[in-house]
Design a protein around this ligand. Structure first.
Ligand SMILES: Cc1cc2nc3c(=O)[nH]c(=O)nc-3n(C[C@H](O)[C@H](O)[C@H](O)COP(=O)(O)O)c2cc1C
Length: 326
């Protein structure tokens, strides 16, 4: 058919419209899939159904106390309402889930109490609440010096960052699970919103079990020894404003994990999980990833061979990344 003819151009326009509508329908379906899960699992402010929701809400709440105490000039008696709210949350948690929960929150309250006592401010309800509570010193603040920090940071230069590559060749030996544990242990130090720690890692001793679901590891995934799936637990997040926060916190955790694997001398490659709802649902069912978690990415891991090629992955200039403002 003549490409300039009216019927041809009309047919093309209809086809383009159809493709656009189909994309909108897919987008809507995938968004509804995300929407349902965020609605079902994120925590509220007062009626948390699951233990994980309640625990994350308590972390959010008690961290506000630590933050207040870590300012250069904390305000004596700050946050009275928030302290009452936290005590209520802790009472509920102890009744519903764990009579000994949550020591770090109790410890933060003890620090708050001690700080206020130093300013002759009393909170009898809190005093009663803390009566007989053990102090395990896991909450509150701790002193650090500039020298302490510089002694550590002085050992790590730019080389550490520039020597990490996405590694797609692995030695024919299994990665010791202790090294994976050590890497995840380091990644725990990743910052998270209100210290809520929503990130999770599913570790697959049999890498193929997980990697067979991910299309981007063709040609090298079969060489990997272990596979990791980084997720974020929606139960750690709350409110529509945090609808994207799982991806921020989970993504930051994934980056720390990549650096931690690198620090262990392992080779690792981040692997995208940019999937439509149906594929995501199938993978979760097969690999036992809870409905409450969103998948951030997979990571293939292996021991480094003696020599290997890595993609240069050219970085654009500093100016591309950095926009300076007055
Ligand atoms: C979220 C994410 C998903 C990625 N997915 C894949 C993938 O599916 N397959 C792959 O070979 N590399 C994947 N990569 C690796 C990138 O290609 C690589 O990070 C980039 O080229 C920079 O190279 P470098 O990691 O060596 O610095 C992914 C990276 C990220 C951050």
């Amino acid at each position: 058919m003549d490409q300039r003819s009216l019927p041809y151009r009309a047919a093309r326009a209809v086809w383009r419209k159809f493709k656009w509508l189909r994309l909108q329908a897919q987008l809507l379906r995938d968004h509804l899939y995300d929407l349902r899960r965020f609605g079902a699992w994120s925590h509220g402010t007062d009626a948390d159904k699951t233990q994980a929701q309640a625990l994350h809400a308590i972390y959010k709440s008690y961290h506000g106390v630590e933050k207040g105490l870590s300012l250069s000039e904390p305000r004596p008696g700050f946050g009275v309402d928030k302290i009452a709210f936290l005590m209520g949350k802790l009472r509920d948690y102890r009744t519903k889930f764990d009579p000994n929960g949550v020591p770090a929150a109790t410890s933060a309250l003890q620090s708050y109490q001690a700080f206020n006592a130093g300013h002759a401010i009393k909170n009898p309800t809190l005093e009663t609440f803390l009566d007989k509570a053990e102090d395990d010193r896991t909450g509150g603040t701790k002193p650090v010096t500039r020298d302490d920090i510089l002694a550590i940071t002085g050992k790590t230069g730019a080389d550490f960052f520039w020597s990490r590559h996405s590694v797609r060749q692995y030695a024919d030996t299994p990665v010791a699970m202790e090294m994976i544990h050590a890497a995840v242990d380091m990644a725990r130090k990743t910052p998270s919103v209100c210290n809520r720690q929503g990130a999770r890692v599913h570790v697959f001793a049999d890498a193929q079990k997980a990697l067979s679901w991910q299309p981007g590891n063709t040609g090298f995934g079969h060489l990997a020894s272990r596979a990791l799936i980084v997720t974020a637990d929606l139960q750690a997040f709350s409110g529509t404003g945090e609808r994207n926060q799982p991806f921020v916190d989970g993504g930051m955790f994934a980056m720390s994990l990549l650096y931690a694997l690198h620090a262990q001398g392992l080779g690792a490659c981040p692997l995208a999980w940019s999937m439509r709802a149906d594929k995501d649902r199938d993978m979760r069912a097969a690999l036992d990833i809870p409905d409450s978690e969103v998948v951030i990415m997979m990571i293939s891991v292996g021991n480094l061979p003696d020599t290997l090629a890595v993609a240069k992955s050219h970085r654009m200039e500093l100016e591309h990344y950095m926009v300076e403002h007055d």
